[in-house]
Design a protein around this ligand. Structure first.
Ligand code: EPU
Length: 287
């Protein structure tokens, strides 16, 4: 408790914006989840480093929240500090800070006639989250368009990593505790980028429940299969627990009809896993 007070005092003295007991549901696309002890929005990398240092000294655990698009927060919320890099949201050419809206970047670069990100149309994310999760789909993944990633280590050091050093894999990286500060993208002039972008976006609109409260695909595709098809073939579309149900449009999505709890969603997840013929691993992070 003393440590928490010390942390509070430190943030206040340093002028780092924060809120206490802030409900996190509104910061996620699923609109579910309890509060964070501290929600912190550093204005600069220096403030971020200072917040990290103070958190370590005060023994306060820290988590990074992006656009909340691939995340399920439990009803009890999270202890410690949740950081949002909303203020680190500048774009200078192809160098883009972590808090920049990734969907906007994808749209802008396609409109600028640059090739590399157009295949990622319609992915809700911040740049930092898209990098960390190696966001992607049928048409490609983020890793392919990355030149370098600037990270901050938990002791506040800033390092520039080459794409290989990031250790990209299917829906993940080897970044561990390091925080993405910015990324440099490797995009080349291309023909018909705007049309390709529209195409990918329209395919997505036709096959996914965009515009409802969901966290994207709940499960990773298992080796050689597609979670959506597998869940569909089990006849689980429409399966409901409380105010959450398996999407009728795409079976790898769970929709919150309003007022669903994290417990509802996790029960639904278990029911799906129990009935699927192969192991399904969550793609969505659970806090
Ligand atoms: N399918 C069904 N029933 C369904 C859903 C899908 O039969 O309810 C079938 C489709 O007809 C298709 C196959 O399953 O033949 C694959 O479906 P889809 O093309 O939608 O691709 P996906 O493998 O389910 C992946 C990504 C999505 C991404 C799309 C499109 C994963 C886990 N999912 O989905 O990513 O948007 O490709 O590029 O890798 C996400 O990561 O949150 C996400 C939604």
């Amino acid at each position: 408790m003393v440590a928490v007070q010390a942390f509070d005092t430190f943030l206040t003295e340093r002028g780092i914006p924060f809120r206490i007991d802030e409900p996190l549901g509104p910061f996620t696309t699923m609109k579910v989840g309890g509060p964070a002890d501290f929600l912190i929005e550093p204005r600069t990398p220096e403030d971020l480093a200072a917040a990290f240092r103070a958190a370590r000294e005060c023994d306060v655990p820290v988590r990074l929240l992006g656009s909340g698009a691939n995340l399920l927060i439990r009803d009890a919320g999270v202890r410690g500090a949740v950081l949002r890099l909303t203020h680190l949201n500048r774009r200078d050419g192809l160098h883009v800070q972590a808090g920049y809206n990734f969907a906007k970047l994808v749209k802008e670069t396609a409109a600028e006639g640059l090739s590399g990100l157009e295949c990622l149309a319609g992915i809700p994310a911040q740049v930092g989250g898209a990098i960390r999760m190696n966001a992607g789909g049928r048409h490609g993944e983020t890793a392919a368009a990355v030149a370098y990633v600037d990270v901050m280590t938990p002791i506040g050091e800033i390092r520039r990593l080459t794409r290989d050093q990031v250790g990209f894999r299917y829906r993940g990286t080897a970044l561990g505790d390091a925080v993405v500060l910015a990324a440099g993208f490797d995009l080349r002039p291309g023909e018909g980028m705007r049309e390709r972008y529209e195409d990918v976006l329209n395919q997505k609109k036709a096959s996914q429940p965009l515009g409802t409260h969901n966290a994207g695909c709940m499960f990773k595709n298992p080796p050689g299969g597609q979670a959506g098809r597998i869940i569909d073939e089990c006849g689980l579309k429409g399966l409901r627990v409380g105010n959450a149900h398996v999407s009728e449009r795409h079976a790898n999505f769970i929709e919150n009809d309003g007022g669903a709890t994290a417990a509802d969603i996790l029960t639904l997840v278990e029911q799906i896993q129990r009935r699927a013929p192969v192991p399904l691993e969550l793609e969505v992070l659970v806090w």
